[in-house]
Write a protein that binds this ligand. Structure first.
Ligand SMILES: Nc1ncnc2c1ncn2[C@@H]1O[C@H](COP(=O)(O)OP(=O)(O)OP(=O)(O)O)[C@@H](O)[C@H]1O
Length: 376
């Protein structure tokens, strides 16, 4: 997949942007607060996934302006496509989003057209940070290859919230235990399905990540990844998420009920699971060094890109927002060597990036929301 043209105007501080990216490497250089991340965010928005910065709709439009529009043309080996994304004040909820001229109901309908993988500095904390980050990583990864999955996750989150409110009400004698059943049955069905999808994805992840980790550690370290479930002791070979697995999930919720009432929240379930790893047999969480955490985080993101590429039978666009400057030279070279045959958008403040721009890419300069190509 290759983005051939990006136009943007009025998206945050971006002004009259019109660029024709290189089909491989694109580097966007600029001082702080010039609009580099805004450009990455504009591309990401057109992938149909919500803003990675949690930007509210009204914040997307230039504070001094009334409208914003983003236009992206991209192609794969079969066809060329166009995305148009626009909105205007005051009614920012009403977005004008079209794919190849056809109006879409919501921006999320763009999902699955322009496939992107994004690396941000926060992703470098993926291994070391909280389990919540890894669950979000798994959920985004699964939703990229299974369209309906993100709505399952939001439904599960709503149910858990309802259940937790009810648990507190039971604790204070305001509700009865029997009222839980209706929530638990639904939770068990969704939870079993989520467990299975995350488990299957983790198996793929393990396959790609093992090989990449061996490369980054020059054969010295062996990585194993596994899905840590708070409900199931073993998910190997399981398929019947609507039957046996849902039943086991329900039993788990019911067996923990008294503890949950005391705690005031649901202590077991996919909202408490984790992606766990071992390096040379030692648990990453307890024993990994800073460098090992960082390498693992990179490898998880690279594996995400490789799995998506395999699924869509094409390479996704890679968006690296201010990540390389956080890495030492050998890791920078490693990352670039693993994505050099995909289209890449890199933002940075300085241009000490290990690649030969003359033969392999374009460099753009960003200043005050305006973008100019440097090496024509
Ligand atoms: N709605 C908006 N309207 C106008 N300007 C905005 C809006 N939202 C953000 N900005 C401006 O965009 C600029 C930030 O752009 P961006 O986050 O892309 O910076 P950056 O070039 O990536 O910087 P850094 O290297 O520091 O991360 C800030 O100056 C901010 O004030």
């Amino acid at each position: 997949m290759v983005i051939t043209k990006i136009s943007a105007d009025g998206f945050k501080n971006l002004k009259k942007v019109e660029i024709y990216p290189h089909e491989k490497m694109n580097i966007f250089c600029g001082k702080n607060a010039q609009g580099k991340t805004n450009l990455i965010e504009a591309i990401w928005l057109c992938s149909g996934v919500r803003s990675f910065r949690n930007t509210k709709d009204r914040e997307m439009i230039d504070i001094n302006g009334q409208f914003m529009n983003i236009d992206i043309s991209f192609k794969n080996s079969f066809r060329s496509q166009d995305i148009h994304f626009a909105m205007a004040r005051p009614n920012v909820r009403e977005k004008n989003v079209t794919l190849n001229g056809v109006k879409l109901k919501t921006p999320s309908k763009l999902f699955g057209s322009l496939d992107c993988v994004i690396f941000t500095p926060e992703d470098l904390e993926l291994s070391k940070g909280s389990p919540e980050n890894r669950r979000q990583f798994l959920d985004l990864s699964v939703s990229q290859i299974k369209n309906s999955y993100s709505s399952v996750i939001s439904k599960y989150d709503d149910l858990i919230e309802q259940r937790n409110i009810l648990l507190k009400n039971i604790c204070y004698g305001r509700s009865k235990r029997e009222e839980l059943e209706v929530w638990d049955i639904q939770l068990a069905q969704l939870g079993a399905y989520i467990s299975l999808l995350r488990y299957n994805y983790t198996k793929k992840l393990d396959m790609f990540a093992k090989k990449l980790y061996e490369d980054i550690s020059e054969g010295r370290e062996r990585l194993e990844l596994e899905y840590y479930s708070t409900v199931y002791s073993n998910l190997e070979g399981r398929k019947d998420y609507a039957g046996e697995m849902a039943e086991e999930y329900l039993n788990c919720l019911q067996n923990n009920l008294e503890d949950d009432i005391r705690a005031g929240f649901t202590q077991k379930g996919v909202h408490r699971d984790d992606l766990a790893g071992k390096i040379n047999g030692l648990a990453v969480r307890q024993f990994a060094s800073q460098g090992q955490h960082r390498s693992l985080a990179l490898i998880l993101k690279l594996s995400q890109a490789y799995i998506l590429a395999e699924e869509i039978d094409d390479s996704p666009c890679i968006l690296l927002d201010d990540v390389l400057s956080e890495l030492d030279l050998s890791r920078q070279k490693f990352v670039i060597s693993k994505i050099h045959d995909m289209q890449v958008f890199i933002t940075c403040c300085d241009r000490n990036i290990p690649f030969d721009e003359k033969s392999h890419g374009k460099i753009f300069n960003i200043e005050n929301g305006m973008i100019v190509q440097e090496n024509k």
